[in-house]
Design a protein around this ligand. Structure first.
Ligand code: MSP
Length: 637
């Protein structure tokens, strides 16, 4: 048995639904796991959700839900998505799991007892979006580079982790282990960052400001900073400290992240491990960003690509293939639906699909659907020797998969697909079939083609597991003969048994037209999308009323919510998420439109009996109001 293999994805925040970026990272983890299965390794693949912190509380507030209910919902969306994308994760961790919380407390206590955590007052530039303090030099034009807003000055007494103490050790470790952070560009980025003095990390948040987190084991008044909590998932899921899984898999740990979270993974995490006396991970594999038609994918631009929609329109394996073929791991890529359609038609329908259908059809035509005899005595010249070309493809595939160069690994397979198609054209089995004395050669050519396709079906397995299985069934390979995708079996020639029945194939990938209806075409990637139509009756169920705001006040600890008392023929309390756009004084006396028959909901402990309508764009909320003053309670229809 080869060395075990352990791979992780980031645990995703539950403040938004899963999108193409999350799907890509998780798909990469799935592909490398399946590749290691091919190599006969024992594998463990971890993904999950990151559920504590300010961001989550804000997102829950926006939905009018308690954090617990909210995180259960969104975590459930991630968990349900992965089987839809044929993701083979071994476990799914949530930072709200009791086992995880216990590990976080254990590690905090350990580091605290060892003297690497201290208490101090700190005033700094804090970005609420990132939930962390920034140094002046990290800002771009005085703004947080991610959220493009000026950070707030926050003064707080907090606990700090002595990262500075480990700076030299980390620099040496990265220099002595060139593959620790890869590709090289990200290793260099981390080293460049470490060339400046490292500040200690604030690892607590006072409960007066935020309570949705893990309480520090040594101070009840504080919760743990979300990153210190989240990174530990990689060991808590393995049953640190005594679990068998931890012992087996931690020594070979590899992480996959995108460049956005290089710093916590490349700096905080190894230092946390070192301070806790745990060996550091083996590799941090960092990929670039998927943009959409050259712009950043974002909710406000309305261009968020939803993986399930793409799967439903184009098919799962085609979608998986496209993502792996198109992005050079480490660099950014631009998602574009036309390119996806082009790849499906050229690589999948034409090159691979035609190869399989031509060969299986000829096996039926010339050999009644049965695998012909193998004739090792018929040697092809080196330029068309498909046996030798298969060996080249398998070697390139293996090396590129090991090196996370998935686009090159898939390219190597398609070079071989092209060679097999060319082999058919050069050997012209239809000519051999007319000549009874060429029967041996015809058998040899057709057998070689079947063997080539068998090897291809194994090589595509990590990226296209369903298609791999379909081809295997068509070739009549015996499933009892062990996993057909094992790499050692792809290195041998002559495994397809003579006499096996080959199925006539239906097209593996039908050609698709680029949809001419531009609106429909854009619907998959562009937004904001219109919701499905509703009937007049359904609309009629809404009771919309004009209300006059009598009182307004901010809700303590909430950044968005105002508590309003309104007159709509009767007096009601309504909570509205508009405090970033309206001061209480601006709204008192104004008329608003409310949904009067919405079921009451509790928001930050206040019961809301209705909802205020507002237009919301990047600048914030703008409330909807009648064109002239009308009596409170007037229906809106
Ligand atoms: N919760 C933290 C991670 C904690 S890990 C201990 C977090 N979550 S996240 O939901 O924001 O996920 C970030 C990750 O999602 C990226 O590192 C990447 O894996 C994936 N992607 C999100 N958007 C992406 C693109 N546009 N393109 C490619 N991947 C991106 O950060």
């Amino acid at each position: 048995m080869s060395t075990p293999f352990y791979i992780t994805t980031p645990i995703y925040y539950v403040n938004a639904k899963p999108h193409l970026g999350h799907a890509y990272t998780t798909l990469v983890a799935d592909v490398v796991t399946r590749f290691h299965d091919m190599c006969g390794c024992e594998t463990f693949f971890l993904t999950g959700t990151d559920e504590h912190g300010d961001k989550i509380v804000q997102a829950a507030e926006k939905e009018g839900l308690e954090p617990r209910e909210y995180v259960d919902n969104i975590s459930g969306l991630f968990r349900a998505l992965w089987p839809e994308l044929n993701i083979s994760n071994s476990d799914f961790i949530r930072t709200t799991d009791a086992g995880h919380i216990a590990v976080v407390k254990h590690i905090l206590q350990k580091i605290y007892d060892d003297g690497d955590i201290y208490f101090s007052e700190y005033e700094g530039l804090y970005c609420f979006g990132c939930e962390r303090f920034y140094t002046e030099r990290e800002l771009v034009d005085g703004k947080c580079p991610d959220h493009e807003v000026a950070p707030d000055i926050v003064k707080e007494a907090n606990y700090f982790f002595k990262m500075s103490r480990y700076q030299e050790w980390l620099i040496d470790h990265i220099k002595n282990n060139p593959e620790f952070i890869r590709p090289k560009r990200y290793r260099n980025e981390v080293l460049a960052f470490l060339s400046e003095p490292l500040e200690d990390l604030c690892i607590s948040r006072p409960k007066s400001r935020i309570t949705w987190g893990i309480t520090l084991p040594f101070d009840e008044e504080y919760v743990t900073y979300v990153w210190f909590d989240a990174l530990l998932n990689y060991i808590s899921a393995l049953g640190y400290p005594d679990g068998e899984r931890f012992k087996k898999y931690w020594p070979v740990a590899q992480h996959i992240v995108a460049k956005d979270i290089l710093k916590p993974h490349g700096i905080y995490w190894p230092i946390m491990l070192k301070a806790a006396g745990i060996p550091v991970y083996k590799h941090l594999n960092v990929h670039g960003y998927w943009n959409v038609d050259q712009s950043k994918m974002s909710k406000s631009l309305g261009n968020v690509v939803e993986p399930l929609q793409l799967k439903n329109v184009y098919g799962l394996d085609a979608f998986r293939y496209f993502l792996m073929r198109e992005m050079a791991f480490g660099l950014d890529s631009s998602f574009n639906e036309e390119a996806l359609v082009h790849r499906i038609n050229a690589d999948l329908a034409n090159d691979l699909g035609n190869l399989v259908s031509r060969v299986t059809a000829m096996i039926h035509r010339y050999f009644n659907g049965l695998v012909p005899a193998f004739h090792p005595e018929f040697k092809d010249t080196p330029d068309i020797d498909v046996r030798q070309q298969a060996a080249v493809a398998v070697k390139a595939f293996e090396a590129n998969m090991q090196g996370f160069a998935f686009h090159k690994a898939t390219m190597a397979i398609w070079v071989f697909v092209g060679r097999l198609n060319k082999y058919i054209d050069l050997k012209a089995p239809w000519v051999l079939a007319k000549n009874p004395s060429a029967l041996g050669e015809l058998e040899s050519v057709m057998y070689n083609l079947l063997e080539g396709i068998r090897i291809i079906s194994g090589l595509i397995y990590p990226v296209m597991p369903q298609t791999a299985a379909t081809i295997q069934n068509q070739l009549g390979l015996n499933p009892d003969a062990g996993p057909f995708f094992r790499l050692d079996r792809l290195k041998s020639w002559g495994e397809t048994a003579t006499g096996n029945r080959v199925e006539k194939s239906t097209p593996l990938f039908p050609r698709i037209e680029l949809r001419s209806d531009a609106h429909e075409q854009k619907a998959v990637t562009k937004g904001p999308k219109l919701k499905p139509q509703i009937s007049f009756d359904e609309f009629g169920k809404l009771d919309l009323r004009v209300a006059t705001v009598l009182k307004a006040e901010a809700i303590p600890k909430s950044k968005k919510l105002l508590k309003l008392e309104v007159d709509m023929g009767e007096i009601r309390t309504i909570v509205a998420g508009i405090s970033q756009s309206y001061e209480p004084k601006d709204i008192i006396g104004r008329q608003v439109i409310v949904v009067a028959n919405l079921k009451p909901a509790k928001l930050m402990g206040v019961e809301s009996n209705g909802m205020v309508l507002a237009a919301v764009d990047q600048q914030g909320a703008s409330i909807a109001a009648p064109g002239r003053k009308v009596a409170p309670g007037t229906p809106v229809s």
